[in-house]
Design a protein around this ligand. Structure first.
Ligand SMILES: Cc1cc2nc3c(=O)[nH]c(=O)nc-3n(C[C@H](O)[C@H](O)[C@H](O)COP(=O)(O)O)c2cc1C
Length: 147
């Protein structure tokens, strides 16, 4: 059984909900998934020991949240080369955050990324439930391929 860590940055909870749904998709596929707030990751050791990492942030003022930027600088110190990666986030209209996170994971951390970042409008969460769970299934498949 493989293990995924899902870390979210949120202000009003929508991005956390998406993270929980991604975790459901991973668990449905028979793997472990832990979901935590970015602020609860304090040191490098908190990021070590997982097969996949899925980082998410809401977009505010065209950017990811500051706490997710801090997390990415911490993650830079951990060797994530070749680990499975994904990115997600709730947004209103432009949704820059998931793409920025995804780009960092791919280009700086050199992770094996799932198809593309998952962006969901908060108002679309109804229809987005399946999309978020499906994203979790994709993460699970990538982990299985890496085993
Ligand atoms: C002050 C403010 C600024 C925002 N700026 C953006 C933005 O630049 N682009 C965007 O796509 N959404 C923007 N949003 C919408 C949020 O991304 C959206 O409400 C999202 O669901 C919040 O997710 P959260 O509950 O995880 O914090 C903004 C919302 C607020 C309140």
């Amino acid at each position: 059984m493989a293990k995924a860590l899902i870390v979210y940055a949120t202000r009003t909870g929508e991005t956390q909900t998406i993270g929980d749904l991604i975790a459901e998709g991973i668990r449905i596929s028979g793997h472990e998934a832990k979901v935590v707030a970015d602020k609860s990751i304090k040191k490098e050791a908190d990021l070590e020991g997982y097969d996949a990492y899925v980082f998410g942030s809401a977009t505010y003022h065209g950017e990811m949240m500051q706490s997710m930027k801090t997390l990415l600088f911490l993650a830079e110190k951990v060797n994530l080369v070749g680990k499975v990666g994904g990115a997600f986030g709730a947004y209103g209209w432009s949704g820059e955050a998931p793409g920025r996170i995804y780009g960092t994971m791919e280009n700086i951390f050199r992770m094996t990324m799932v198809g593309e970042p998952l962006m969901l409008k908060s108002s679309a969460l109804g229809g987005g439930i399946q999309m978020a769970q499906e994203y979790g299934r994709q993460v699970a498949k990538q982990m299985e391929a890496a085993e």
